[in-house]
Write a protein that binds this ligand. Sequence first.
Ligand code: SAH
Length: 236
Amino acid sequence: MPFSATILTLYPDMFPGPLGQSLSGRAMEKGLWQLETSQIRDFATDKHRSVDDTPAGGGAGMVLRADILAKAIDSAAPAEDPRPRFLMSPRGRPLTQSLAHELASGPGAIIVCGRFEGIDQRVIDSRRLEEVSVGDYILSGGEIAAITMLDAVIRLLPGVMGNMESAETESFETGLLEHPHYTRPADFEGLPIPDVLKSGNHQKIHDWRMSEAERLTRERRPDLWDAYMADEDDVD
Ligand code: SAH
């Protein structure tokens, strides 16, 4: 069975969206992964098909109802479905490259996209949804977050990326940000390509890329740099 994603959303037309293009789109055509959407509104019970209600305790905005979302989840993913269940949420575990690898080595994912102020806590608890965040900012819904997470996962699935070596040196894979890239023309508006890259000396090129990666990480991401240094210490 290929990696299989099921998205629960009020906006199924947002899918596959960008995931239907380029690398992930070709991979979907090849059958390397599959996507299914479920319209949460189909599980509404009143004649207006409403899915949200005012927050208990008062306050601004609306909350997605637990009963309706639970029915949508149970219908898309029976209890024996082995796939992990996620809720895209700014309160969640941060999406990282290592979470993307973890998902890519599994059977797929069931992903709930929130809207409004959020969803009733009881369905998060009873259906054991793991909350995942794509960053410290607020999106208007979970759909773009879900697309972001899936994009990061799909490119890691076996057979999706031709050149796996390029994946291994990527930012975050080594614990460092990646070194800068150059290509033709040799002279761009008076700016040359660094000599070392034209030297043909593979060891020197490797060393230069490594020191650039370290410099960029130190300057831009002290948090990653500290973790990287701590790791190096462990190796020694
Ligand atoms: N009131 C909530 C934000 C609701 S935003 C709060 O303050 O935490 C509406 C929906 O968008 C959320 O339910 C979630 O599904 C999605 N969303 C917003 N920002 C997100 C982020 N950074 N990562 C993942 N999902 C996010």
